[in-house]
Design a protein around this ligand. Structure first.
Ligand code: SAH
Length: 203
């Protein structure tokens, strides 16, 4: 199911950070940044406490992070100040907040896509398609069906990703990847997918 803003806020307000909030970028996104993939006007959807938004800002992008959890956005803003980085953060629901159309050259999603139920996912994919400029790139990492166990977020198959981004995108690559997490039952790495898609003809 899709969680409410209050659930996400609670996840960030506890004594220990939530599993995904590791205090540094996911290695898979760090590699993309090192390869010079984060540039131009960049939107980090479900940015959490901002590690990838700030990574993109440090890489020269004009970076904007949004998240449902106001607690996480406050933390992201504080990190930007601590690190002397310039990035913009706003609390809101990606499905309903006002975002400019065809405005972003680069869109990041680390762990947001897999948090939607089917109906939310369809609406979310519409938002991604609307906000990404023609020729712009989407870098999306989500939990994979290759991850065993029944804890944590919804598992996503590669076929679901291909299906979700069939319209208006060309898939540049779809590869197995991993998320590093704060330990959950001694697990510190989980199986993910990394999708790189290019927006074709913003229409
Ligand atoms: N990208 C971050 C956070 C991943 S957890 C990181 O890598 O650490 C998923 C995030 O998506 C949570 O912070 C949650 O609050 C956010 N989220 C979930 N649904 C959302 C929605 N509808 N709009 C904006 N953010 C959302």
């Amino acid at each position: 199911m899709t969680h409410a803003a209050s659930d996400w806020d609670a996840a960030y307000a506890g004594d220990a950070p939530p599993p995904w909030d590791i205090g540094r970028p996911q290695p898979v996104f760090a590699s993309l940044a090192a390869a010079g993939r984060f540039s131009g006007a960049l939107l980090d959807v479900g940015c959490g406490t901002g590690e990838h938004t700030l990574l993109a800002a440090a890489s020269g992008a004009d970076a904007f992070g949004i998240d449902l959890a106001a607690v996480a956005i406050e933390r992201a803003r504080a990190k930007a100040v601590e690190r002397g980085l310039s990035a913009r953060f706003e609390a809101g629901d990606a499905l309903s907040m006002s975002l400019p159309a065809a405005a972003f050259d680069t869109v990041l999603d680390s762990g947001c896509f897999h948090s939607f139920d089917d109906a939310g996912r369809a609406r979310y994919v519409d938002v991604l398609r609307r906000v990404t400029r023609g020729g712009g790139a989407l870098f999306l990492a989500c939990f994979s069906d290759r991850q065993p166990g029944d804890w944590g977020p919804r598992r996503v198959t590669s076929a679901e990703l291909v299906d979700a981004f069939a319209e208006g995108w060309s898939i540049e690559s779809l590869e197995p990847a991993t998320f590093v997490i704060n330990p959950v039952m001694d697990v510190t790495e989980v199986q993910a997918w990394l999708l790189v898609a290019r927006r074709i003809d913003a229409s």
